[in-house]
Every structure is written in C-alpha cells, then in structure tokens.
Design a protein. Structure first.
Length: 82
C-alpha cells in the first residue's frame, strides 16, 4: 500500500502500534450489541447486531451511548460448539 500525505508519517501513524481493547458482544434487553467496557458496570455501545431496523432508530442504542451491564461468565458448553 502506498500512502501519500503532506502530514509527517510520525503524526499520521501515531498510536497504530498500541494495542486497543477489543469490543465485547453482550445481550442487553434482548438486543445483541458490541460494547467497550468503561468501568465494571458501564460500557459504551460500539455497534448493534440486530436484524430489526426499528432498533437502529432508537437514540438510546446509538453508538457512543453508555449502557449499564453486569458481566457474567459463560455457561459451560455455551458457545463452545459442543
């Protein structure tokens, strides 16, 4: 890939080598979404994973909105393909 820019490479690529936290998939109010944890009980919505287009019109589920959630451990055999 060739990248042409008048901005120095050090500024453009600053932070690319720093690992970022991966979003988690959670189920909130029956809606599957990706969130980034902010604290032990709050997360910021990254994106919705929902087939219902009406859900996307709800401003409470817009990307960047904060939600309350309680992380739990997965049940044995759940999501492991067995």
């Amino acid at each position: 890939m060739i990248f042409y820019s008048s901005i120095p490479d050090e500024i453009v690529f600053d932070g690319w080598d720093v690992p970022r936290e991966r979003p988690m998939e959670v189920n909130v109010n029956g809606l599957l979404m990706e969130v980034l944890p902010v604290s032990s009980t709050q997360a910021a919505i990254v994106r919705l994973i929902c087939p219902d287009p009406q859900v996307y019109l709800n401003p409470a589920y817009a990307p960047g909105q904060m939600i309350a959630y309680q992380p739990t451990l997965a049940q044995p055999g759940f999501g492991t393909g067995s």
